[in-house]
Design a protein around this ligand. Sequence first.
Ligand SMILES: [Zn+2]
Length: 513
Amino acid sequence: MMHEWRFVLAVGSLFILAGCRPAAPTAPPEPVSGVDVVHYEVDLHLDPATRMLQARTRLTVQHPDTLTRLSLLLRGMNVDSVLVDSSEVEVNREGSHWPIPLSPGKDTSQVDLHYHGVPETGFYERASRSQSVFFSDAWPTDGSGWLPGIHHPADPATLTLRLTIPFGYEAAATGTPQFLDTLGGAVRYQWHLDVPAPTYAFAFAVADFSIVEASVGDTLPVRYYMLAEDAADADLLRRTPAALAYFSEVFGPYPFASYASVEVPIRYAGMENAAAAFLQPELFRTGEAEVVQVHELAHQWFGNRVPIASWNDLWLSEGTATYLETLFFEHADGLAAAREQWVVLADMNPFRRRTHTVLVPAEPQHPNTLLTWVPYDKGASVLHLLRRKLGDITFFEAFRTVYTRHAGRPLSTKVFQQIMEDVSEQDLSDFFAYWVYEDRLPVLDTKWDAITRTLAWQIIEDGGTLADVSFELQVQQQNRIVYVDVRERKAILAGWDEARPDVHPVGVLMNVR
Ligand SMILES: [Zn+2]
């Protein structure tokens, strides 16, 4: 997902900022160890006039053969019947939780739920351009408004989704389109996601879309589902295949059978729905469509294919996607373009100075309370610093190892650190303690001698984590900009004015004074 504080001005009507959130909700329950929903088969019939869904979901669940009850989350819908291995069972809901009795002695169960209703969460109708758009939005557990399941990132699954809608609409969804039936006055679509992803990345949207086709080579289809009047704006996404090809080369092949982006008026700038990312229509007016597209497609590798082990590990998904944005621009547009983005990532503005900067909180948090700049921009900045510390060859080899080992296997921060240590043959415990688990930032202490035009600096309070690490400082005075290696400790700016220049660390978060 790409969140709004980076787009607050651009997407004025929708934002969540630290400070205007309600009191922190409690963390959702952790999944039961050994219980794994492997596949969701979902049949939805949508009546757009009423937003009513008639639904059937079949879950294939692997579990210990001693498990007697499976708890599924489904909020607000009317459940008509529940079947376990084809036999109807009685279930008494406990709030939004449905304790499903399992047949004894089995380690795989098939659970069918038939249900209907107008979802109170996770499915919306919103006007955009000149039309109504119907869309789901599952993050973090809001998918439980239409999908019974285990809504936790550590339980990714494959998905078959069938959606029946009246004639006259187009639909897009998670996975690869498989077929389309016409039935009387309706159309039935089917999509299949052949590689597991978290349920928060399951989504569908219904509107009058125009589909613009592209591809990576002749093997990976790429589609842009644009609201019909915006069809020409698909041109703003023309480098999508290049970004897919670049990440495939750097980390490993793109994980799914197709990629699409879908223009949907969601509450975020973008959402990384598996193989079908959603992009806010406003992005096509503000020039941010490409950067959000690159962020959401980076999540197909990190977040979707490599799921996070707990909500508290969110930075491994969001910090990585944010850093990968800049890697693509470094690759496609050169170092100068990436440097500008790294300066912005590491800008400690007054708002940021007032926030806690712990990347992985000690106690489980509700995922909504984690949506600050910290997992995104501090997360990306820590990855940039790791790259500077380990060197490009080791850093990228370690990241490829993370991807290869954890495709389909939840990734925790502890394991991420372990892989970085194994590949680099360095002990990174002090580095992770300081930058990931503690609320600390170094200070860049600067002195300006206006007579000799000499800028001098030293790093303090870094806990020793920046010793000998090479990174740049951007030094600026009006339209003069130079980049200097932080290890040089001073720069003589011959010919510059008397006024003190501004100093911005390139990609490394620190307080400059
Ligand atoms: Zn994201």
